[in-house]
Design a protein around this ligand. Structure first.
Ligand code: SF4
Ligand code: SF4
Length: 117
């Protein structure tokens, strides 16, 4: 690893993951979700950029993040189960404590996502 895990709200991905604790980011293979312009495949990223928001936590289209088909679909469910990742919980945490504290908690726990179980 060439980078250290630090708390930085700019490293919170549009979907709520914490890039600051991701192996690719720590190995300098990726600049993190916000800087990763190659990630044109990601509907969540494209949607957030078009709304000029920092994450889905700021979106007012859905009361429950699970109702958004871009955020919650069968592919994301499979990925979530395989990687034991709970992005919905990340978004809820950001709504509750804010981006900065979310980044602090994820960095302190060295977590890219909150666990499903
Ligand atoms: S899934 Fe999309 S929003 Fe989430 S980190 Fe990857 S590119 Fe960013
Ligand atoms: S919740 Fe859905 S509609 Fe709202 S910003 Fe995220 S991807 Fe876009």
């Amino acid at each position: 690893m060439t980078r250290n895990i630090i708390a930085d709200k700019d490293l919170v991905a549009y979907c709520g993951l914490y890039c600051g604790a991701c192996r690719s980011y720590l190995n300098e293979k990726c600049g993190g979700c916000h800087k990763n312009e190659a990630a044109t495949w990601c509907k969540i990223r494209t949607c957030n950029i078009s709304k000029s928001i920092n994450s889905c936590a700021e979106c007012n289209e859905f009361k429950n993040i699970n109702d958004c088909g871009k955020f919650n679909n069968w592919i994301s469910k499979v990925i979530g189960v395989v990687f034991n990742s709970h992005r919905q919980a990340c978004i809820v945490q950001i709504q509750q404590i804010g981006l900065e504290k979310h980044a602090e908690m994820m960095a302190a726990n060295k977590r890219q996502s909150l666990p499903r179980r």
